[in-house]
Design a protein around this ligand. Structure first.
Ligand code: SF4
Ligand code: SF4
Length: 311
């Protein structure tokens, strides 16, 4: 497995990053033990980078995995906008993974210069924690070209975790080419880039070879986060990143789905939460537009009735 330097962060990461959203309660809902087993299997296959979030609920899985896979570079992200919210999120990460250090800590779902300015106090706090040795690097995650364009104005940002894929699915304010241009500009400032959603949240599964080939071949991406829910998926994705895409064919017939159970009360909280604007309330129930949905599962966490599930 190829290892790359994640820009000015200096972190050395495997080209394939283990995205843990898919094992979280928002999606497959694996037990910590089952999730840890998968993380350890990927580690044994050469994966040395994993990504999670405050939101995902996978800190227990990671904590268990780190006992046998101690050299994972751990990335997490959280919604925080000032010093108290950032301090609380960082403390949750420390307690969750059982360490007093996180390799990469990012602000989750940033959108533009304005949201970055609005969250600058949190960035400054994280930079101070980096100087004190509690964080290895500071970053932002985003589905927006505007955020990638604006990030170099903030010298404390070492890493960007942008959404990009062959078809540009899920990019909120432009095309794949727009995102590539913005990433190129960020890289010129030595910002590390690790991509999310190379399969467009599942929309590109039918042509997964072409989708992964794009991500693998891109010189703009230091690492690529893939959600993996089984040993078979891990083996196929590791093989693909090592040049053999044949095992991907067996994964093509597993399209993602989002279900809204019939006890939905139509409160609209899921629609407010969905940044893809994929949910509308029709006849008193949530209805998801599958063309817009990227199967992130974030709406599931927002539902007070627990009636949304990504499978
Ligand atoms: S948040 Fe839950 S109950 Fe409310 S509209 Fe969405 S699915 Fe229905
Ligand atoms: S509908 Fe839910 S799963 Fe789909 S993009 Fe919106 S928040 Fe994510």
């Amino acid at each position: 497995m190829q290892t790359n330097r994640l820009g000015k962060s200096g972190l050395m990461v495997s080209r394939l990053c283990y995205g843990t959203l898919t094992m979280s309660p928002l999606q497959k809902d694996l037990s910590p033990e089952a999730g840890a087993r998968l993380l350890i299997h990927a580690y044994e296959r050469g994966v040395r980078f994993l990504d999670t979030a405050d939101l995902y609920g996978t800190y227990p899985h990671i904590r268990l995995a780190l006992r046998e896979a101690p050299d994972y570079v751990v990335s997490t992200k959280a919604y925080c906008w000032d010093e108290p919210t950032a301090a609380a999120a960082l403390e949750r990460a420390f307690r969750g993974i059982g360490r007093d250090y996180v390799d990469l800590f990012m602000l989750h779902e940033q959108e533009s210069l304005y949201t970055l300015r609005g969250h600058e106090e949190a960035l400054v706090y994280l930079q101070k924690q980096k100087e004190r040795g509690h964080i290895g690097a500071v970053g932002v995650s985003t589905h927006y070209v505007a955020c990638v364009r604006a990030a170099p104005r903030f010298p404390m940002i070492d890493v960007i975790h942008p959404l990009i894929n062959r078809a540009g699915i899920g990019i909120q304010d432009g095309t794949r080419e727009d995102m590539e241009d913005a990433i190129r500009a960020a890289r010129a400032h030595n910002i590390g880039i690790f991509a999310m959603k190379p399969l467009g949240g599942g929309h590109l599964i039918a042509d997964n070879r072409a989708a992964l080939q794009y991500a693998i071949d891109s010189p703009l991406l230091d690492s690529v986060a893939m959600g993996m829910q089984s040993v078979q998926e891990i083996d196929a994705d590791v093989a693909a990143f090592e040049g053999d895409l044949r095992l991907l064919d067996a994964l093509k017939d597993r399209p993602r789905q989002i279900m809204v159970h019939d006890w939905c009360e139509g409160c609209g909280k899921c629609a407010e939460r969905c940044r893809q604007k994929a949910i509308s309330i029709v006849d008193g129930r949530a209805r998801v537009d599958p063309e817009k949905c990227v199967f992130c599962g974030y709406c599931a966490r927002a539902c007070p009735q627990f009636c949304i599930k990504v499978v």
